[in-house]
Design a protein around this ligand. Structure first.
Ligand SMILES: *Cc1c(COP(=O)(O)O)cnc(C)c1O
Length: 382
């Protein structure tokens, strides 16, 4: 089976992990700040906080932006459920903005229309979670402009876009947002097993998220409400949880991160190869906006004949190709349907979903593997 994605673990990664296992600290040790600084410096963000997952980083982002009961958060329906669940954890409500059929990212024109309408109804969102689908950056400058008109916060869900560049700047620098979230799940660009990161230029978001990541506890004397009481003293000032990463994972993360650019390059060359090998087939191939660099986390094709999707998927799967579908539109999930969403609410998302297949792409994919995928797809489409 050729999987749709796969991690790459080197001997150097393994030594980095083993070194931590032999050290004094398994968690909350020196490797976490090293990993955080490495990424923050590379992408040009003021702060980075490593977390137990992207899901928990998204929750911290929402909490730090003050999202709560009575608030509204918008995101794209073509994403993993975590992009919208984060708002629900805070007691807020969720709504979606349909996708652009070409980029599969949030549609800027639709976002503008929906904001105008929401303003009239006095139901503007407090935040928009912007997903960089498949690793291709969304149009951040336009979204930032809209946020200044309508006054919402922006969380970038860059789970797919580690190493991607928006108009020459690394996604994660948060130049056009309040904060950015990465995922280090093994299927993503780099891995720490489970893990995530929250990047921000805001001291306030960083301070709140850092506290909430660890039970709402602070050890910073200057922040104490009760006053200083001795070397053992700490204060719980808010209700946080344990959303920390371990030192073991952080060491793996630092070791992996050194190869981000190499991975993104490999993914780009595989994607370019797919573009040319599949150009003559009855498919709509994925695109990247001009001036941007995608991290190519996923390579998603759309069939011109959606009725063939299931058959093509099954045929490829049974010939050993690990095809997948990204994503089942979030608003069609039973949990979301109960909130009143209907399939027809987001027609571009449904049209995309009903015709899409994700074909394998990962840095260690060989030329032979790629040929096999293309062969299988060609024969399934016949
Ligand atoms: C994978 C993913 C997440 C969740 O990442 P975890 O690290 O597994 O919590 C969130 N959003 C998107 C878009 C993802 O692809």
């Amino acid at each position: 089976m050729i999987p749709y994605g796969r991690q790459d673990i080197t001997d150097e990664d393994i030594s980095a992990v083993v070194n931590v296992l032999r050290s004094d600290w398994l968690t909350q040790g020196p490797n976490i700040p090293v990993f955080e600084k490495l990424v923050a410096n590379d992408v040009g963000a003021k702060h980075a906080l490593a977390t137990s997952s992207a899901t928990t980083a998204l929750h911290l982002a929402c909490l730090s932006l003050g999202i709560g009961v009575g608030d509204l958060v918008w995101t794209s329906p073509i994403t993993f459920v975590a992009s919208s669940n984060c708002a629900l954890y805070c007691g807020a409500s969720v709504d979606f903005v349909d996708i652009d059929p070409l980029t599969r990212n949030i549609c800027i024109a639709e976002l503008g229309r929906k904001l105008e309408l929401a303003k009239k109804k006095n139901k503007l969102p407090k935040a928009v979670v912007v997903v960089h689908f498949a690793g291709a950056p969304a149009e951040m400058k336009s979204i930032k402009e809209l946020s200044e008109i309508y006054g919402f916060s922006i969380i970038e869900d860059a789970s797919h876009a580690i190493g991607a560049k928006y108009q020459g700047q690394k996604v994660g620098g948060s130049q056009y947002s309040d904060c950015t979230v990465y995922s280090f799940h093994p299927v993503k660009i780099i891995t720490t097993g489970e893990g995530g990161m929250l990047l921000t230029n805001s001291d306030k978001i960083n301070r709140m998220s850092s506290e909430l990541r660890s039970h709402g506890i602070t050890r910073d004397v200057s922040q104490f409400e009760n006053g200083e009481d001795g070397g053992w003293y700490y204060e719980q000032q808010s209700l946080g949880s344990n959303y920390r990463i371990t030192d073991i994972q952080a060491a793996l993360g630092s070791s992996q991160y050194k190869r981000v650019e190499q991975y993104v390059e490999q993914r780009n060359s595989l994607a370019n190869k797919y573009h040319s090998l599949l150009a003559d087939l009855p498919l709509q191939l994925p695109t990247v906006a001009k001036g941007d660099l995608s991290a190519w986390h996923l390579y998603t094709i759309c069939l011109n004949e959606p009725k063939d999707r299931r058959r093509v998927f099954d045929t490829m799967k049974s010939s050993g190709i690990g095809v997948n579908v990204h994503y089942i539109p979030v608003h069609t999930q039973p949990y979301y349907k109960k909130m009143g969403f209907k399939e027809s609410d987001f027609p571009n998302a449904m049209k995309y979903y009903n015709s899409t297949i994700t074909i394998p792409i990962f840095p260690t994919m060989t030329e032979e593997m790629q040929s096999e995928v293309v062969r299988s797809l060609r024969s399934a489409l016949r």
